[in-house]
Design a protein around this ligand. Structure first.
Ligand SMILES: Nc1ncnc2c1ncn2[C@@H]1O[C@H](COP(=O)(O)OP(=O)(O)O)[C@@H](O)[C@H]1O
Ligand SMILES: NC(=O)OP(=O)(O)O
Length: 313
């Protein structure tokens, strides 16, 4: 048996500018060409992915067409819907690539609930950007129509709606994911960070939020006993002094070195910081390695160990 790895896919794996189904499916076909290299390498793959743009777009579509007889769905249900749609695209893309390569492997999406605390302070402090970027005027107009919504400026790129993003504390379908892995199936799980649920009167109940997919992937990796957490994004390495003339890529780095860089504010909130924190959490919990690298560096990572590799002190 190869290494059991959880691979978290960044936004660039699914969506660039064109949010049509066909463009996202095309992007995922390219992503599948990269991901399949882990399977060729003998790894037991578990795939997770984000949904920020897609779930926000879905809410907007629903708001546009809803009537009292055909009401909008709440955010937890919308997250489930994006797990289904993105999971379908991903399965379909993986099926095609595996078939091309003559590999007999099943890929299956698990609609995954992720437990959060009902008292998580995130519920009263929305921070997770979803949906499209807007101009200031568009954001003001959307706010006037929806006074309960919050819009923030996102890293100089425009305004976006933000929603609560509580921390994952448990992945409800962990055993189902492990059972699929044991059967040689590639599961897609905690899509969009998982469907946020809380325990109420002994049952699970949905909550309107979007969990960060890097934190959810970390929790899943921990719970399934993964040998590695691999976070794939648009950059090959984590950098210090990122985008400055003296930027330096990190290749092999320990938890305490990364913590020192966090204290120096080296990682942007809402982009690289959650990846770094998820990597640290995984390494601390398991003593196994976490990796942050680019989707198109999977070959480089497998063959030469390139990327940023985070290990215990
Ligand atoms: N210190 C840093 N090192 C590397 N990348 C950084 C750093 N700070 C910010 N970034 C940016 O963070 C991005 C990854 O975050 P983001 O695009 O939100 O993730 P995702 O791939 O999950 O969608 C990188 O592509 C890079 O542009
Ligand atoms: N759920 C989530 O973290 O999605 P993005 O990575 O697309 O923001």
């Amino acid at each position: 048996m190869g290494r059991k790895i959880v691979v978290a896919l960044g936004g660039n794996a699914i969506l660039s500018k064109d949010a049509s189904a066909s463009a996202q499916q095309k992007a995922l076909l390219d992503t599948a060409q990269h991901l399949v290299k882990f399977i060729e390498n003998g790894d037991q793959l578990i795939i997770s992915h984000g949904n920020g743009p897609q779930v926000g777009n879905l809410l907007l579509q629903q708001a546009g067409g809803s009537t009292p007889e055909n009401p909008e769905m709440p955010l937890d249900t919308a997250v489930a819907m994006t797990q289904g749609s993105i999971g379908y695209w991903m399965q379909n893309a993986m099926n095609r690539v595996l078939k091309e390569k003559g590999m007999d492997k099943t890929v299956a999406t698990v609609v995954t609930q992720v437990e959060v605390s009902p008292d998580d302070p995130a519920f009263t402090n929305p921070t997770k950007p979803i949906g499209p970027f807007m101009s200031k005027d568009e954001a003001d107009e959307a706010k006037a129509e929806n006074p309960n919504f919050t819009f923030v400026e996102d890293a100089g790129r425009g305004y976006r709606r933000v929603v609560p993003s509580p921390k994952p504390i448990n992945v409800v379908e962990t055993q189902a994911v492990n059972t699929l892995v044991d059967a040689g199936i590639v599961p897609i799980s905690v899509g969009g960070g998982g469907i946020p649920v809380v325990t109420k009167d002994g049952n699970l109940e949905g909550r309107e939020a979007v969990i960060d997919k890097d934190f959810a992937s970390e929790k899943l990796a921990e719970l399934v006993g993964a040998d590695a957490l691999i976070i794939l994004t648009a950059v090959e390495n984590i950098f210090v002094n990122f985008n400055k003339p003296d930027q330096k890529k990190l290749e092999h780095v320990t938890v305490s070195e990364l913590e020192k860089y966090i204290d120096e504010d080296q990682f942007a909130k809402g982009s690289m910081l959650p990846k770094v924190q998820a990597a640290i959490d995984f390494v601390k919990a398991t003593k196994s390695e976490a990796v942050v690298t680019a989707l198109d560096n999977i070959d480089g990572f497998i063959n030469d160990g390139s990327g940023t590799i985070i290990s215990a002190d």
